[in-house]
Design a protein around this ligand. Structure first.
Ligand SMILES: [Fe+2]
Length: 248
């Protein structure tokens, strides 16, 4: 890299950020084989051990529920949760484990809201994600319905919705409607794209991030997470005092 390239490159931290004050990670795909996350129990246990090594004491895992691709439901997820808990015990790992879901706001989602059968964690939180090609038409009504029903809505990785990259005000509108924001830590590594990293930093600067999540799927994600620990923006976020992970 040229001298000027180095000059303009943002400085990395000399020491990795300590994630242990978070206590709890609240976004991951660690039930074997039911979505695009960890394929088997060995991978799950290894990743849990690695997360414990970063200082996490509790993992709330969030398998995808999608109408098309991953047709999971509470029964499937609870069964997987029990199997992982048993394996954790047998392996002698010292980490608490809980399973809920990451709900894609698709055609299958609205009926679940109406019937009030969403899986929640902490203080009645529900983790949702949006489609990646365009925002759902009925998002506004759904948010209203969810909030009236007493759910607290956490939007997974707001930095990843490319259709809002040029419309920061859309994200601000959601914050005004008391939607909580969860940043993917690895977004700061530049893994998804440079614009995603930039929006992540902007959200942090604006004090708009409430939760931090690993979105852990695989060993590759863990490597990216380790890389992100050297990002100055992550240090800023952890020092902001705004993150709610430890209360989960
Ligand atoms: Fe996810």
């Amino acid at each position: 890299m040229s001298l000027f390239g180095n000059w303009f490159k943002k400085k990395k931290l000399e020491k990795p950020v300590d994630l242990s004050p978070l206590v709890t990670d609240m976004h991951s795909h660690l039930i074997p084989g039911i979505d695009d996350g960890a394929p088997d129990m060995h991978t799950v246990l290894t990743l849990l051990e690695q997360m414990a090594g970063l200082g996490f004491r509790k993992i709330i895992t969030t398998p995808h529920i999608m109408a098309d691709l991953y047709k999971n439901n509470e029964e499937i997820i609870r069964k997987g949760e029990a199997e992982v808990k048993k394996a954790i015990k047998e392996a002698g790992l010292n980490i608490a484990f809980e399973a809920v879901a990451e709900y894609l706001v698709d055609e299958g989602f609205a009926p679940m809201v109406k019937e009030k059968r969403l899986m929640t964690f902490g203080d009645n939180y529900v983790l949702i994600e949006l489609p990646y090609y365009s925002p759902p038409q009925n998002l506004s009504e759904l948010l209203f319905e969810m909030q009236v029903a007493g759910y607290k809505v956490i939007l997974a990785h707001p930095e990843r919705y490319v259709y809002w990259h040029g419309m920061f005000s859309k994200l601000e509108e959601l914050k005004d409607r008391e939607v909580f924001f969860q940043l993917n830590t690895i977004s700061l590594s530049g893994y998804y794209s440079l614009p995603t990293k930039k929006i992540s930093e902007k959200l942090i600067d604006a004090g708009m991030i409430d939760f931090l999540g690993s979105d852990m799927h695989s060993f590759q994600y863990f490597k990216l997470l380790e890389k992100a620990l050297y990002e100055p923006a992550l240090e800023k976020l952890l020092n902001s005092g705004k993150l709610k992970n430890s209360g989960l």
